[in-house]
Design a protein around this ligand. Structure first.
Ligand SMILES: O=C(O)CCC(=O)C(=O)O
Ligand SMILES: [Fe+2]
Length: 362
């Protein structure tokens, strides 16, 4: 059963953000946040994916209702059955990676992948219209799609060979691949709850997310007192993710905040729970029934330690035609978005916010 899990309001002014931050070509953008015309909603609820999968019809319905209600914030917490030992091992490996000498970390970067595979250093991701890059470094990886697969042939810039720190951390490739695959499965299972919630068949997202261009990203946010003195840096500026949903299985410290109708609230899931947040493509597919979850990462006064977190962006295959699901278009909610491929929608958003030029081709 789901339970109400009110997140704590922390009293930060509600600021309308118009600038772009966190250059991440395939994952996240900052856009002006549209006004919502829904009831005030500031509670992030806590649900149980396994109850949805194995519970009675009424228990299953309660999970769906809880998810739909919580997703008015763009966020929900779910209990997860991910192996604790895989999580522990992955976070230990990622911690070890981030604490390698800088030249070793740099050896795992690939400028051609434009931040979508391998290591990206501190303050590299800089917004097109911002001069205050996020204070973070990261490593991104996805799944291998077989050579010759039409997805890879048609969309080479959406699928990159993963780059793992195998030379310095033997075994990391297998471990991080297992982590990516397990978390990807969890997201696809969770999308079945959302599918029911929007009145579609529970398998609605299954095909579009099989071999989707999912991306896992581990991020290290160094202590804020080490940030350049020119000021204005945050760990991550307010943004909405571009993809369908994002999963955040664990962070080593607080910092993630969600923008709600009552202002910023901390995202603090119970132990063993994964945070799920919604992105632009889900808003499109649901005709706005499920809004984008707007969020940022900030250190609070006196929070002097580093923070490591892992997020996974769940994407449809680039050839998916995004169009509002029939069940989400009603006389009260007339169709708001027209049809467009997921790949084109991604490029369109990136262009609108001036993050890509003519170097992206399909
Ligand atoms: O580190 C986190 O908790 C969130 C990171 C995030 O929002 C992102 O990378 O899109
Ligand atoms: Fe994000």
């Amino acid at each position: 059963m789901w339970v109400i899990h009110p997140a704590a309001a922390i009293g930060i002014d509600d600021v309308r953000v118009v600038k772009v931050s966190s250059f991440s070509p395939c994952t996240e953008v900052t856009l002006e946040r549209p006004l919502r015309h829904t009831d005030p909603m500031d509670e992030i609820l806590d649900v149980d994916l396994m109850t949805f999968e194995h519970g009675s019809p009424s228990e299953r319905r309660a999970v769906v209702d809880g998810v739909m209600r919580s997703l008015q914030t763009g966020f929900v917490y779910t209990r997860s059955d991910m192996s604790t030992s895989v999580l522990d091992d992955a976070y230990d490996t990622l911690h070890a990676f981030f604490h390698l000498p800088q030249d070793r970390k740099d050896s795992y970067s690939s400028p051609a992948a434009r931040g979508q595979a391998g290591y990206t250093g501190l303050m590299v991701e800089t917004a097109a219209i911002s001069d205050t890059p996020d204070w973070k470094e990261m490593i991104n990886w996805g799944s291998l799609v077989a050579d010759g697969h039409p997805l890879r042939t048609k969309y080479p810039h959406r699928y990159h060979d993963p780059i793992f720190p195998e030379q310095d951390l033997p075994g990391s490739a297998a471990l991080l691949t297992e982590f990516h695959d397990t978390l990807g499965q969890l997201q696809r299972r969770f999308l079945r709850v959302i599918a029911e919630g929007i009145g579609a068949h529970h398998s609605y997202f299954d095909t579009m997310t099989e071999e989707g261009s999912h991306l896992t990203r581990a991020i290290r946010y160094p202590p804020m007192q080490d940030a350049p003195a020119d000021g204005g840096h945050l760990w991550a500026e307010e943004h909405g993710d571009i993809n369908l949903i994002t999963a955040l299985p664990r962070a080593t410290a607080r910092g993630l905040q969600v923008r709600t109708d009552s202002g910023w609230v901390d995202a603090v899931p119970p132990d063993g729970h994964v945070i799920i947040n919604t992105g632009i493509m889900l808003e499109h597919l649901t005709n706005g029934m499920i809004p984008i979850g707007w969020h940022r990462v900030v250190a609070e006064e006196g929070q002097n330690d580093e923070r490591i977190s892992v997020v996974q962006f769940c994407h449809p295959t680039p050839w998916t035609i995004l169009t509002p699901a029939v069940s989400t278009v009603t006389p009260e909610r007339p169709q708001r978005f027209s049809a467009i491929s997921a790949s084109d929608r991604l490029d369109q958003v990136l262009w609108e916010i001036r993050l890509v030029g003519d170097e992206i081709t399909d």
